[in-house]
Design a protein around this ligand. Structure first.
Ligand code: NAP
Ligand code: GCO
Length: 289
């Protein structure tokens, strides 16, 4: 008799993780493959796709990868058609691909604004629109969006990113509203501050070798007093991709070490000696791009 653990398996499912050559996307793919999913991924150039394929081969994951820019609808439609012919209907879409530009709003050009919105908000629209017909025909589907602390909070220099991630929260709720009737669930993962290439500049040591002030700041805002590791998010990704979450829809689930619940403490009160071991672990996770 099937036990509850079987509800967390993805055997026979095709999972497309966008922008999954490294970072959180690679971690999501590893986890989903571990519970039986067939992995499909894309990146914006062949070098990155080859890098991703090498990463997957190194860990024994048979993956299908191709060049596809999530902001180009023609490329996305062709990618999905190719996958459906060669691998099968896409059961799970993780809209993971994303960029950030840290520029004061008054200095940000419209082109820079549009570039962030194109990848972080229009990209998920384009990719979701491309996979929904197959999910509707199949009678089931999972769409998982990459939201952020910036879906709830603002901060200096990330206006375009926050606007995109706030919009992505509402797109998540709207896909739920419009397609839930077809047994399609659309939810979002809301990571806190995770050690990946995207956040590496925020942890880089200062010229004198001292801790980056933003690194100290984030630890003072996180009850766990550490950055997240990509593996911290793997369980939630599998859960939202699996039958175990079939009655969860339109939700953003935050996985932030407690940031959104905590007012924070004086960064000067932190005992830096506690960080040495944690810091080593975080650097292992940051893939040099
Ligand atoms: P990352 O290390 O920068 O990786 C992002 C991935 O997306 C890369 O493979 C990147 O490839 C790809 N990508 C960028 N633009 C693309 C496009 N137009 N088409 C296809 N692929 C594209 O980011 P991450 O830290 O793993 O984050 C992954 C997602 O989680 C992002 O949406 C991010 O906003 C979100 N998130 C991250 C954190 C965090 O603390 N790390 C927290 C909350 C949310 P290239 O190398 O070619 O750019
Ligand atoms: C930043 C960071 C954040 C994280 C993440 C937090 O510059 O503040 O890059 O935006 O990437 O989105 O959840």
């Amino acid at each position: 008799m099937a036990g509850i653990i079987d509800k967390f398996r993805l055997d026979g499912k095709v999972a497309w993780i966008t922008g999954a050559s490294y970072g959180l996307g690679l971690a999501y793919a590893q986890a989903m493959a571990d519970v039986g999913a067939k992995i499909v991924f894309n990146d914006i150039n062949q070098e990155l796709v080859d890098r991703g394929l090498a990463e997957y081969a190194k860990i024994g994951i048979p993956a299908y990868g191709a060049v596809c820019d999530v902001t180009k609808e023609d490329q996305v439609q062709a990618f999905v058609k190719d996958v459906e012919e060669k691998v099968g209907t896409i059961d799970i879409l993780v809209n993971n691909a994303g960029i950030i530009k840290r520029i004061p709003m008054t200095e940000m050009s419209v082109a820079q604004w549009n570039q962030v919105l194109d990848v972080d908000l229009t990209g998920p629209f384009i990719c979701s629109k491309a996979v929904l017909p197959g999910m509707i025909a199949k009678g089931s589907g999972k769409i998982i969006n990459a939201c952020s602390m910036m879906s709830e909070l603002g901060r200096e220099t990330v206006s375009a990113y926050a606007a995109a991630k706030g919009g992505l929260k509402m797109l998540t709720k709207n896909i739920c509203s419009e397609y839930g009737q077809y047994n399609i669930q659309c939810n979002a993962i809301g990571p806190g501050y995770i050690a990946t290439p995207q956040t590496a500049p925020l942890r880089e040591k200062q010229a004198d070798g001292s801790m980056n002030p933003f690194d100290r700041f984030i630890r003072s805002k996180t009850p766990a007093q550490r950055w997240g590791k990509t593996e911290d998010l793997q369980g939630l990704a599998v859960f939202l991709a699996s039958p175990a979450s079939d009655f969860i829809n339109g939700q953003v689930i935050y996985i932030d070490g407690g940031i959104l619940a905590y007012i924070g403490q004086d960064p000067n009160n932190l005992d830096e000696s506690k960080f040495a071991e944690q810091e080593e672990a975080e650097h292992v996770n940051v893939v040099d791009r």
